[in-house]
Design a protein around this ligand. Structure first.
Ligand code: C5P
Length: 228
């Protein structure tokens, strides 16, 4: 059986990347965190004071952005590099979360990222997570999952993640950030966040991580059997 594309989309902080990463590891697939790419663009724009409404500046900046992922055996995870520098921790901070959806709305940014993502997945054998993977990046993905979860539960999980990295953030601020990002992501003109018609729905509100991973692995197994 040749390798397939697994597209995992959904709302912020539903456990998409943790699930996608684990599924990729079990299947021996590559994992691509497309949110990390939009976060890296946001970091670059922030560092270089790019005016988001100035298309010329945005296009010039995009020409200087090179994003790659490299496995770190010490942390056992794929980490994000922006122009050769490890930005994995920086891009997860709240100031980036607070600007990333506004950056992701910009059509020129989306076109550049989507083109790179399609290139990264062209050989298939990838698990890609984001907001528009099943609708825009790989509409022909063999498996599409759309993840959702209760907002309070998502915020609590996010707070724990940030705390584990030493960043103490008020729960209300996290809820506001998640709701704002979901709203901007769902209402933008270019490839808004929405469930693809053929995506399977996964509500992780009452599931632990192991159950989420197993659920996706089972669906992948069924799909692979079906198209054999
Ligand atoms: O997945 P993560 O929460 O890290 O994504 C950060 C932000 O990047 C999202 O809130 C969204 O604005 C943007 N994003 C996007 N399209 C994707 C992945 C992420 O617009 N495919």
């Amino acid at each position: 059986m040749s390798k397939i594309v697994i597209a995992i989309d959904g709302y912020s902080s539903c456990g998409k990347s943790t699930t996608a990463k684990a599924v990729a590891a079990r299947l021996g697939y590559a994992y691509i965190d497309t949110g990390a790419m939009y976060r890296s663009v946001s970091l670059f724009f922030s560092q270089n004071h790019v005016t988001l409404t100035n298309t010329k500046e945005v296009l010039a900046a995009l020409d200087h952005i090179h994003i790659t992922f490299h496995y770190n055996p010490k942390t056992c995870r794929n980490e994000t590099y922006l122009n050769g520098l490890n930005v994995e921790d920086e891009i997860r901070k709240m100031y980036i979360s607070n600007m990333v959806s506004e950056v992701s709305v910009i059509p020129e940014v989306r076109r550049a990222m989507v083109a790179q993502q399609q290139k990264m997945g062209r050989k298939r054998g990838v698990v890609m997570d984001g907001r528009d993977i099943g609708t825009k990046v790989f509409p022909d993905a063999e498996v599409k999952i759309f993840m959702t979860a209760d907002t309070l539960i998502r915020a609590q999980r996010r707070q724990q993640e940030l705390l584990a990295k030493g960043e103490l953030v008020n729960l209300d601020d996290i809820i506001q950030n998640l709701e704002k990002r979901d709203r901007i992501d769902s209402t933008r003109a270019e490839s808004p966040l929405r469930r693809a018609e053929d995506a399977l729905l996964l509500d992780t509100s009452n599931m632990n991580l192991e159950d989420q991973i197993q659920w996706v692995v089972d669906r992948v197994g069924e799909q692979v059997e079906a198209i054999k």
